[in-house]
Design a protein around this ligand. Structure first.
Ligand SMILES: Nc1nc2c(ncn2[C@@H]2O[C@H](COP(=O)(O)OP(=O)(O)OP(=O)(O)O)[C@@H](O)[C@H]2O)c(=O)[nH]1
Length: 722
């Protein structure tokens, strides 16, 4: 049974946290839209870096490589067009030679949906990693690792895994449906890992699409300051391009697949609307960026560079999301999103990642994405491929070389990396070495997802990601007799996917598989058939029910519960012994009585106070006093007198250290016994002694002192009453 009683604690509950404190660096005042302090390092397009501490530890050549590297994810509600968008990205970056649609008539299916099942059903099941290169205008080539993540709630672990290792994301929204249930889920996941995001409003070719309604939803439902950097040219069927509000140009896609960008002057009729939206962008930036706020207050107009720099700062600091728009399906507006990935999302040297040093009692240590540092990497995904187990890895520090040895921190096993690849959906490119900050995959390494690898010089661990509990189970048996393949398949799926669990029902002895939803389990049953040739019979899905009660407190009407809590808190303010605050207690409301006429808020408040006092007296209450750490320094000849004096004050001498002509004594003494000590010390040392003290802890007073204090308190109370 869960949550059967009301519990009030008088100590603040701390959230133990679900995952590793990934980014903890603070660099600016204020909070971001995640409600926490700034957690990333920010730099601007002009490379004017606010906090250089990480960059300073990387040599300029490696830093240049990192500045041209982005690790990004694409997340959204199901069917928003992530895969369609990614297909265009692969085409424009030259990764694929032609575009295939999700469930397209050509029977090919989109590139990133590489599993047969994904193509059949038109959904993304496994996230696929792709490495591509984008020429960002005159700035040249940028390397981008893209993870296409599934939107269906059943495959949520894939999104979690991707976000754990990514530095930024594109949040795709449908131009008609806007913020949907799964958008809220992925938003929560991005918050959990502090991932900055760009927003792309897709499907502007659809009837009823309105990007500005969607921006309002982002602001209201996701509570993220957002503003458009573009406005659409034409709508629905007539949607043909966008106005770039920063460069003040109209941009159209031309060519069979929209591969050419045609730049023109903004159509006359759109100028008033574009002016209004540009103003809105600047106002929104002024709310989140001090520099733009100053310019805005001076009633000046920020320059193009100032606006771009502010967008980058605010995006990386998770204070703002810049909004882009287009239609992936109609090949419109996709290239500008790629430019924006390079312009506004952080590179690996601008993200603060930490690990725990196992040899130093798990002290947090910074990971520096410098290829010459000792190697540290995190295995974030496993996949059984044609050539054995494929382990996806994010290299956080150092470089990983083919043929080198790595050590799994969890198992201490030292293994050789036989083959290293960069992934392109289901195809791969063999590489000799990958540098810090990159994503790659290694073959033939036995491990579990979430394991940390190092080169053995360090013993670091990066705790794994948040894994939700399964919510649905079903019994599964092979149609023909049990085969070794059956358990082999189940073992493999479990290692690949922490949300997929296998157990044996103690009564029926049946094998039970549990997961995140029917579709999730369905896919595994189907994979057993296709990949292991095992036909299975499955039982009726069982939901992972829990039992709880809905009317806690039995007879007490719920509107009086707050009054009871107040009564408890009143009682804590003045304890029954000597009227001092009470500490370290918990109040559990089991039940009570209720009277239709006589019950009132005040009555319950008082009842709670009296109940607490009664229980308090029965629970052997004690008085706690502050104990101070006292350090005394004096010439050596006074050592005996000083120690004697501390003993007289019932101090516990912890240490005495003699240094040349003086000594230092350290003692624990109750604050109550320290009154008048400075004049005592002066008198005892001819004014040559010094002391300092600081609070250490609270401890129960001796019973006789407790009695004295209580008697004194009572006397005072009686005198007050007279
Ligand atoms: N009209 C229109 N349809 C689109 C657009 N982008 C995608 N679609 C269609 O929307 C459907 C879903 O697209 P996908 O790319 O599979 O969406 P997804 O977000 O990857 O879906 P999951 O991977 O299943 O979560 C497909 O039928 C696409 O052809 C667009 O810009 N306009």
């Amino acid at each position: 049974m869960l949550g059967s009683r009301f519990c009030f604690k008088n100590s603040r509950l701390t959230n133990s946290g679900l995952c590793f404190p990934r980014r903890i660096k603070t660099f600016q005042r204020g909070t971001n839209f995640y409600g926490c302090r700034q957690t990333r390092l920010a730099s601007t397009t002009t490379d004017e870096v606010t906090d250089n501490s990480i960059k300073e530890q990387i040599d300029p050549t490696d830093l240049k490589r990192l500045e041209r590297l982005r690790n990004i994810g694409i997340s959204a509600h199901i069917d928003s067009g992530k895969t369609t968008l990614t297909e265009r990205v692969l085409y424009y970056t030259g990764r694929i030679k032609s575009i295939h649609e999700v469930r397209g008539k050509d029977g090919e299916g989109a590139k990133m949906d590489s599993m047969e099942l994904e193509r059949e059903r038109g959904i993304t099941i496994q996230s696929a990693a792709t490495y591509c290169s984008w020429k960002w205008g005159s700035r040249g080539d940028y390397n981008i690792n893209i993870i296409d993540t599934p939107g269906h709630v059943d495959f949520t672990i894939e999104v979690e895994r991707a976000l754990r290792v990514l530095d930024g994301a594109i949040l795709v929204l449908c131009g008609v449906s806007g913020v949907q249930s799964q958008t809220i889920t992925v938003d929560r996941q991005m918050r959990r890992y502090n991932v900055p995001r760009l927003s792309f409003i897709n499907k502007l070719d659809r009837v009823g699409a309105n990007p500005f309604n969607i921006i309002d939803q982002v602001r209201q439902k996701l509570k993220i300051p957002a503003a458009a950097l573009q406005i659409p040219i034409g709508a629905e069927d007539a949607f043909k391009g966008v106005v770039d509000l920063i460069r003040w140009k109209a941009l159209y896609n031309d060519g069979n697949r929209g591969e050419n960008i045609i730049e023109k002057e903004i159509p006359e009729n759109l100028i008033p609307f574009a002016t209004e939206k540009k103003q809105e962008l600047i106002e929104n930036l002024a709310d989140v960026d001090d520099q733009i706020a100053d310019i805005f207050l001076m009633e000046e107009t920020p320059t193009q560079t100032q606006i771009i720099d502010a967008i980058r700062r605010a995006t990386i600091a998770n204070k703002f999301t810049p909004v882009f728009m287009g239609s992936a399906f109609k090949n419109t507006g996709v290239q500008h999103v790629l430019d924006a990935v390079c312009a506004y999302l952080p590179n690996p040297s601008e993200v603060h990642n930490i690990a725990l040093d196992v040899r130093q009692k798990e002290t947090p240590v910074d990971l520096i994405p410098y290829s010459k540092n000792p190697f540290v990497g995190l295995a974030f995904k496993l996949e059984e491929g044609k050539y054995g187990q494929l382990t996806y890895l994010r290299v956080y520090q150092g470089a990983l070389k083919k043929g080198s040895f790595v050590v799994n921190t969890k198992t201490s096993k030292r293994v050789k990396v036989p083959r290293l690849v960069r992934m392109h959906s289901n195809e791969m490119e063999d590489v000799e070495e990958v540098g810090a900050g990159e994503i790659c995959a290694m073959f033939g390494i036995d491990c579990s997802s979430g394991d940390t690898f190092t080169d053995g010089a360090l013993e670091y661990t990066m705790t794994s990601m948040f894994v939700p509990d399964p919510v649905i189970s079903l019994a599964i048996t092979p149609k023909v007799k049990e085969s070794a393949n059956f358990s082999k398949a189940l073992n493999r799926f479990q290692r690949e996917d922490p949300t997929f669990r296998v157990s044996i029902d103690p009564e029926s002895k049946e094998t039970i598989v549990s997961g995140m939803g029917e579709l999730h389990l369905d896919i595994y049953v189907e994979r057993m058939r296709r990949e292991y040739n095992i036909e299975c019979v499955t039982g009726k899905p069982q939901v992972a029910f829990r039992e709880t009660i809905t009317a806690p407190g039995g007879n007490i009407p719920s509107q009086y519960i707050p009054a009871i809590e107040k009564g408890f808190r009143d009682a804590l303010e003045a304890g029954a012994l000597i009227g001092h605050p009470v500490n370290g207690v918990r109040f559990v409301l089991e039940d009570g009585a209720f009277h239709a006429v006589d019950s009132s808020e005040l009555a319950f408040r008082l009842a709670a106070q009296y109940a607490f006092r009664e229980a308090f007296q029965k629970a052997k209450p004690v008085i706690l006093e502050p104990i101070m750490n006292v350090e005394v320094t004096a010439p050596i000849e006074f050592q005996g007198t000083v120690i004697g004096n501390l003993n007289k004050r019932k101090g516990t001498i912890l240490d005495t250290e003699v240094q040349e002509d003086h000594f230092i004594a350290t003692a624990e003494v109750s604050l109550n016994n320290m009154f008048g000590y400075s004049s005592d010390l002066r008198a005892a040392t001819q004014g040559k002694g010094e002391f300092s003290m600081e609070y250490k802890k609270h401890e129960p007073v001796f019973p006789n002192i407790q009695e004295e204090l209580i008697a004194e308190y009572k006397k005072k109370r009686t005198a007050e009453k007279k």
